[in-house]
Design a binder for this molecule. Structure first.
Ligand SMILES: *Cc1c(COP(=O)(O)O)cnc(C)c1O
Length: 367
């Protein structure tokens, strides 16, 4: 527990019958729970005014710096309803540490790791009824930090706000895990050397939306970004890291070179693959290597990974000049079994052998 005192204001909760109806098919990011967390930081007073309060609009001055200069960072993690009815989160202190790395780059204040975890736990505990129990369902948690000083001068803000909101999430893939087609973006980059590629900031997502539209126009669901200076060198997708599977029990993934977001799913899968005796090569990976490997049969599967979709098999990589296709595009065997292992740990049907789960203390927890 942090040494900050939280005040709680109870919301008028959504009636249980309406909540239960929503949880049947919550979609992703469409609905929000009854409460949210807000903590204020000022340069003079540090973090203070920690509150759990009814979910709703926040008041903001039109001169608030986030609205003008995009000083914003965020995180994404999930709370899972385990088989025994308890509620767990997956490696939340990793999200807390990464938030601070992002904060450093965007010149926002550091938030103590225990305060981050307490904020998440308090929100999940008060809105525990919103953690769905259906297959592949979870409560998606969105911690974020914004600069909200009312000042148009260009410098790091002296007032910031950290918030956590929560949204029930259904299975990312309705109708089973299906391979996606991804568009190779060589006209637009999401990050360049010395930029903000390794920070989880809204600005990176703003830069990815136009290429995402181009991908959709070309029948693809996601974009693969390459290095701004070397269009053959793979970085990652707009919001997911990339892996290739080679037939000699090797995983290939672009090294964290400062332009790639250090995914917690990525890190966890590297561990699980090593546990199975796979070699994992974190290095520069090229589109040419992917093309040639698929052509000669040595690269057998490709997948993207991130908290929201866990693991997304890639069936096809398209560019204006060529298409790399995995035959019948059914999800690869290794991809599916890694996905099954990771989600099994998260939902408590497999042993948590690395101690990745954190129990959320819920008063009077229902079994
Ligand atoms: C959040 C994110 C990821 C995935 O990170 P996880 O911790 O695995 O959810 C990958 N790439 C980008 C650009 C991201 O913002």
């Amino acid at each position: 527990m942090s040494d900050l005192t939280f005040t709680t204001t109870e919301a008028d909760r959504l009636p249980a019958a309406e909540r239960e109806a929503l949880l049947q098919d919550p979609g992703f990011g469409d609905h929000f729970t009854d409460h949210m967390v807000s903590i204020i930081w000022t340069r003079d007073a540090g973090w203070h005014d920690a509150q759990v309060l009814p979910y709703g609009p926040i008041q903001m001055d039109p001169a608030s710096s986030v609205l003008h200069y995009g000083q914003e960072i965020f995180e994404g993690l999930k709370a899972y309803r385990a088989a025994d009815g308890s509620i767990v989160t997956f490696r939340p202190e990793e999200n807390a540490r990464r938030l601070n790395e992002s904060a450093e780059r965007i010149a926002l204040p550091q938030l103590p790791v225990d305060l981050f975890v307490e904020a998440v736990n308090r929100l999940v505990a008060i809105d525990a009824d919103w953690v769905p129990a259906g297959a592949d369902q979870s409560l998606y948690l969105r911690p974020f930090m914004i600069a909200d000083e009312s000042f148009l001068g260009v410098r790091a803000a002296q007032r910031a706000r950290f918030m956590v909101i929560a949204s029930p999430a259904g299975p990312y893939f309705t109708g089973g895990v299906k391979p996606v087609s991804i568009w190779l973006s060589q006209d637009y980059a999401r990050a360049g050397n010395g930029g903000t590629g390794a920070a989880k900031c809204g600005g990176n997502y703003a830069a990815s939306l136009l290429p995402q539209n181009v991908a959709a126009e070309n029948g693809c669901q996601q974009v693969l970004f390459t290095d701004a200076n070397s269009p053959d060198v793979i970085d990652e997708l707009g919001g997911m890291n990339l892996f290739l599977v080679r037939d000699d029990k090797t995983l290939l993934t672009p090294a964290l070179n400062g332009n790639i977001l250090p995914g917690i799913t990525r890190k966890s899968l590297i561990q699980l693959a090593k546990d199975r005796g796979y070699a994992v090569e974190e290095r520069s990976v090229t589109v040419t290597e992917w093309r040639e490997g698929v052509a000669d049969g040595s690269i057998t599967e490709a997948f993207a990974c991130g908290t929201a979709a866990v693991i997304t098999p890639i069936g096809q990589l398209k560019s204006p000049d060529f298409t790399i296709d995995f035959g019948d595009r059914s999800p690869g065997e290794f991809t599916l079994s890694l996905r099954e292992e990771l989600t099994g740990m998260q939902y408590g049907t497999r042993e948590d052998r690395h101690g990745w789960l954190t129990q959320v203390p819920v008063a009077g927890a229902a079994a």
